[in-house]
Design a protein around this ligand. Structure first.
Ligand SMILES: Nc1ncnc2c1ncn2[C@@H]1O[C@H](COP(=O)(O)OP(=O)(O)O)[C@@H](O)[C@H]1O
Ligand SMILES: [Mg+2]
Length: 228
């Protein structure tokens, strides 16, 4: 479970990016963090990754208080979270296979494990025929699939996606959202940042809306599995 308790974040230059934010996310949930540019969405993701520190409040992830976490534990903690960004951040001179394998190699996986698991993950994201392609040979949607495979290869408990469809057209964006939904159905908690009303409306998930650093609503919206 992720517990964000009364979090505020003021940057050194005085920008109040987050104000008194309270959010609880249960294991296995799919949650959108929605809001206009500048509303504090990426700041929230950075706090969860412990790439930035809150000015006040507490964040607890699976009973670990991030403020009390020893520095040496941070890399290990980050590996329990998978992350995906708008700009994919792939290694441009490596193949699809190598991009995903690399993430496993850095945590010391054996060559045998890599040979088994990378193909399985590429199959899950629908890229079985593209192992040997380089990023520039792929569409944006395919590049994001590689990034998702890389984020999942070490089996994180939570997948954080910051505007994962920001560079994609509507069709590709919808495909990526369906993939994230499938990943969630397989048990991973998924937190997706977006500024697209269209996307949240079509998905029917919990939507937490930020505006100028404040949480303005937290509700289930749209889609076909509407509960209210
Ligand atoms: N490192 C930083 N230093 C100072 N201000 C920042 C920094 N990062 C973000 N901000 C400011 O904090 C606010 C929230 O930014 P951000 O969390 O990136 O919003 P969003 O992801 O919703 O667009 C904005 O006003 C932004 O300019
Ligand atoms: Mg952002």
């Amino acid at each position: 479970m992720i517990e964000i308790r009364n979090i505020s974040k003021t940057y050194d230059n005085g920008t109040k990016a987050l104000k008194d934010i309270d959010i609880r996310i249960q294991d296995g949930e799919f949650v959108f963090i929605m809001g206009r540019s500048g509303s504090g969405k990426s700041t929230l993701i950075r706090l969860l990754l412990k790439e930035a520190e809150p000015s006040s409040g507490r964040i607890i992830v699976n009973d670990m208080d991030l403020q009390k976490m020893p520095r040496r534990y941070i890399p290990k903690y980050r590996r329990r979270l998978g992350v995906v960004f708008q700009d994919f951040r792939l290694l441009k001179d490596r193949t699809v296979f190598e991009n995903v394998a690399f993430a496993q190699r850095v945590v010391g996986a054996s060559p045998r494990k890599i040979r088994e698991e990378v193909p399985r993950m590429l199959k899950l994201v629908g890229l079985s025929s593209k192992y040997k392609s380089f990023p520039h040979q792929l569409s944006g949607g395919e590049q994001q699939r590689v990034a998702i495979a890389r984020a999942l290869i070490n089996r994180p408990e939570v997948l954080l996606a910051d505007e994962p469809t920001g560079n994609l057209d509507h069709e590709n964006a919808t495909e990526i959202m369906k993939l994230l939904e499938r990943i969630n159905a397989l048990g991973t908690t998924v937190v997706v940042v977006t500024h697209s009303q269209e996307i949240v409306d079509q998905m029917g998930k919990r939507v937490i809306t930020l505006n100028k650093g404040r949480l303005v609503s937290d509700e289930r919206k749209g889609g076909s599995d509407r509960e209210d």
